[in-house]
Write a protein that binds this ligand. Sequence first.
Ligand code: UD1
Length: 419
Amino acid sequence: MQKLEIQGEKKLYGTIEISGSKNATLPILAATILTNKKVVISNIPIVKDVETMVELLRTLGSTIKLNKKSKKIEILNKKNLKTFAPYHLLKTMRAGVLVLGPLLSKYKIAKVSLPGGCAIGSRPINFHLSALKKMGANIKIKNGYIIASVKENLKGCLIKFPKVSVGATENVLIASCLAKGKTSLRNCSLEPEVGDLIIFLKKLGCKIKKVGKRGFDVMGIKKLKPAKHKVIFDRIETGTYIIASALTRGHIKIKNISPKIISTEISLLKKMGVNIIKKSNYIVVSCLKKLKSTSIVTKPYPGFPTDLQAQMTVLMTRAEGISKIKESIFENRFMHVSELRRMGAQIDIKGNTAKIFGNSKLNGAEVMATDLRASVCLILAGLVARNKTVVNRIYHLDRGYEKIEEKLSKCGAQIKRLR
Ligand code: UD1
């Protein structure tokens, strides 16, 4: 199994180009099931989850050209697709379940494995299923599969999600594009990745209107158009490199982003003492002052993202005083803490709140990654720790971070993959 070895205490200087967003690419790829017209998607991050989604679409019968060098995908669904999404392609990637809505909407039938993914909580898909049922689908769970069908078309109706869910919003939004009549979705996710999916769906000709604070109305249509789309930047990757620069007291220019989309993160980090200069499509991050402690609560966008919580924990170990993180999205997302403690961090956990004692000196150690964002937090810890850190089980990392060793090495990090 591959590992990453990091020699810590190196300041990072240089420029990092941010990749396209994995979490925007996955629903956009799923949405291509809706159309038989040519679709070209650019700025695709070449990471394992995207490759898995491409494999899933190919298994369904999509004709896909993936150009890894130009980061472009061309898709043309010449014929009818198959409607069976097998377990081996969904067990490592929860977003695979996003093929359910489009398959059901276009082909009226789907058999999709219940998904796997990061072990950060129980992560049910009840909101996805109850919404599709309300739209007229007949859904059963049998032998680990979702077996769904609908007589004619899915029918538009009012759907109010009980809790904000990114995946449920995306699945049902995509499904409602070919439904009969108007689907009114309420209490939706407003994550920028959902916004990017909507931009893509509109390019296909779908009729989607924002209503009120967290609502979308979708008027079902019958025919879609060909489309070209450039995927939005990865805001979680951006946040991770901002933290890397601040932690190592380096100086990094972070390119290909839109700072206004991450204004919550930027203002919080600035309050902690991180120096961030904003331009229209890049930022420059440095940190000369002592970092101040702070408190955060993870929330749906525009709140502080749960996907940056683990990385923030590492930064807080270096701040003065006690910081707090309340994780309000997932019930089991502090698994990185026990590994950070092995490196010398002092962190107490009570329920869904972590209390992080600052001014900790971290020491290199052999550690184990448990999920995608936990893996990257251990790399961040390794960058500032004394001596050597070895991060095991980095297959989690490869699901979502494009060329991380290359990007960090270019800025002076001493990091290498052990095969
Ligand atoms: C997406 C992101 C993930 C991020 C998360 C929250 C992708 C591919 N993944 O995951 O990186 O951490 O949003 O920002 O975009 N829930 C239910 N029932 C459901 C659906 C969700 O109870 O049917 C709960 C979940 O257990 C969780 C909360 O709702 O507590 C939010 O989950 P959700 O937004 O759906 O996360 P994902 O879409 O899986």
